[in-house]
Ligand binder design. Structure first.
Ligand code: PEP
Ligand code: MG
Length: 597
């Protein structure tokens, strides 16, 4: 890259914040695998090489794990869990026995045998698999590369550590790369060619609050070691070799971001109460128990949505009842006496391994969430048993996803009561926790008054409710422009749900992305929400806006909005009102946009 030429790339903003530093390139390209046929007396020596390479790989990962566990940093247990998963892969029969078989029966060299075994395992994940399975394929690759490098005698973890504040640039990063990079040094940011919002790098970067942009496509072609790089993790923008002017602008933006974060944290422990004394509980959405410290440090007062399917997705196999129990207990104890709303598995469609999947034309409309659990009662009962057992360690609320009508709610509750009875017979006496539902389907919104009579609370999953109400796939970029949380149809449904909850006297929460958008605060207050659940880092700003607002103004605004028709007009009215009242607070967040994923 000639000096002085700035290149701007746009990727996916994986972790907010601005970092400016020197590029530190990690070469993680695949090794070339030598391929040859073995002579009869070469088979045994290659089997021995194979054994050694697996053992050495395991020892290396053990060492990485030890370093990570010793690093008292948030996110360390995420790393440790991923490394444990890689160590399990190293012992997987599909890998070990298949590689041995290829050496023995097809007489191919050990490196080639490992490469072919890896390809076979990856083939089990469909090509059109969702992001989660793409990530698991990447894990299989990382493990395979390590074994092959060890067979070839190439260094695996021997890279010198990047200097503090460096921007790590890579095609992709393995979880152990990420762990090593972070364990004793604070890198400034990450930028990768590939990756997704749910990739490990993204998850770990968010947990550690390190700015990151993934899926830039070609950062490794554009940046060289030592180049200046700006990472704008909020907008997903990367500038390589910024001009002096650009750099100065980003320095100012970075300072403003930091000051703003600090300033917002200063009101962290105050209640989210409006000027006219309406208090809303601000809760967090979590996917992993490890996110709890970050949630609490941002002033989270509860867990409003624990997406338990990640327990399964993280492990790549169904958790045992004990594993469920231990996780729930951890979260409940960390929050106690504050409430924790645990959503039962929202699995199904593509969120299942190929072997368990039934082909579906429209997975989002298929056998998922509560439908899947009712179809697989054993899996559901294991989770419910663990939830009930864990309930004594804190304040648990159980929530069922994707309820379409009373029949499903009743069926799910019957199973819960039956499981409780079974526990009682076994000598474990537990009270029944509050049982609520997610309102994510238009059918549920339209009969919210009836569902309210049989639910202890409602939580609106706007991510799905909007997708089903407006008929747009929330993952599909092509129709993202239609994703309008303030569409009149959505507002009408939200108001009906709120009125049904109020009439039945049950708490009314919202946990979709719409809840964490500060621009929506007045609308949400107008709807009468009692709890808003969002990503931990979104809480401080939402709290600040609530504290500067009046719920009565929200109600008046909502009435005005419901008299309008076009979504654009509604959005404009909201923006005008919000910037008139809270201009200074919202200047960085001026968007009422589609959900990101
Ligand atoms: C939602 O649909 O709004 C929700 C919170 O659930 P998820 O995003 O996990 O589908
Ligand atoms: Mg949902």
């Amino acid at each position: 890259m000639p000096a002085g030429t700035a290149t701007t790339l746009v990727g996916i903003g994986a972790s907010a914040g601005i970092a400016i530093g020197r590029a530190w390139l990690l070469d993680r390209r695949k090794v070339r695998t030598p391929k040859r046929r073995l002579g009869p007396d070469e088979v045994e020596p290659d089997l021995a090489r194979l054994r050694t390479a697996f053992e050495v790989s395991d020892l290396q990962l053990e060492e990485v794990r030890r370093k990570v566990a010793g690093a008292e940093r948030r996110g360390a247990s995420d790393h440790a869990a991923i490394i444990d998963m890689h160590r399990l892969m190293l012992k997987d029969e599909m890998l070990v026995l298949e590689a041995q078989r290829l050496v023995r029966e097809e007489r191919i060299n050990a490196e080639w045998a490992v490469r072919r075994a890896i390809r076979k395992i990856k083939g089990a994940f469909a090509d059109d698999a969702d992001e989660y399975f793409k990530e698991r394929r990447a894990d299989v690759d990382f493990v395979g590369e390590r074994v092959i490098k060890n067979l070839l005698g190439q260094a695996v973890d021997a890279d010198e550590a990047p200097p503090e504040g460096a921007i790590v640039v890579a095609h992709d990063l393995s979880p152990s790369d990420t762990a090593l990079l972070l364990h004793d040094r604070k890198v400034g940011g990450f930028v990768t060619d590939s990756g997704a919002k749910t990739s490990h790098t993204a998850i770990v970067a968010r947990a550690l609050e390190v700015p990151a942009v993934v899926a830039t496509g070609r950062i490794t072609d554009v940046a060289s070691r030592g180049d200046w790089v700006v990472v704008d993790g909020g907008r997903g923008v990367v500038v390589v070799n910024p001009t002096a002017g650009e750099r100065a602008d980003y320095e100012v933006a970075r300072e403003r971001f930091r000051e703003r974060e600090l300033d917002l944290l200063s009101t962290r422990d105050l209640p989210a109460s409006t000027l006219d004394d309406v208090t809303v509980r601000l809760a967090g959405n979590i996917e992993f128990a490890e996110e709890v410290p970050s949630l609490l440090s941002h002033g989270g007062e509860a867990v409003g949505l624990y997406r338990t399917e990640f327990l399964y997705l993280q492990r790549d196999r169904l958790p045992t009842e004990e594993e469920h129990y231990e996780e729930y207990r951890r979260v409940l104890e960390a929050l106690a006496p504050r409430p924790v709303t645990i959503r039962t598995f929202d699995l199904g469609g593509d969120k299942l391994p190929a072997a368990l999947r039934t082909p579906a034309e429209n997975p989002a409309l298929g056998l998922r969430a509560i439908r899947y659990c009712l179809r697989q009662p054993d899996l559901f009962r294991d989770q419910l048993r663990a939830l009930l057992r864990a309930s004594v360690h804190g304040t648990l609320r159980i929530m069922f996803p994707m309820i379409s009508g009373v029949a499903e709610l009743r069926a799910a509750k019957r199973i819960l009561i039956d499981v409780r009875e079974e526990l009682r017979r076994a000598g474990v006496e537990v009270p029944l926790p509050p049982v609520g539902i997610m309102i994510e389907l238009p059918s549920a919104a339209l009969i919210a008054d009836r569902l309210a009579l049989e639910s202890d609370f409602f939580s609106i999953g706007t991510n799905d409710l909007i997708q089903y109400a407006l008929g747009i796939d929330r993952q599909d970029k092509e129709v993202a422009y239609l994703y309008k949380p303030l569409h009149l149809a959505v507002l009408r449904m939200l108001r009906a749900i709120g009125q049904a909850a109020a009439a039945a006297g049950i708490p009314f929460s919202m946990c979709g992305e719409m809840a964490g958008e500060p621009m929506n605060v007045l609308v949400l207050l107008g709807l009468g929400v009692t709890e808003l659940s969002m990503n931990g880092p979104s809480i401080p700003l939402v709290k600040r806006v609530i504290r500067a607002a009046r719920a009565e103004d929200g109600r008046l605004l909502l009435d005005r909005l419901l008299a309008l028709t076009a979504a654009d007009d509604i959005e404009r009215e909201v923006r005008t009102e919000m910037s008139r009242r809270f201009g200074g607070l919202l200047e960085h967040d001026a968007q009422v946009g589609p959900v990101s994923g």
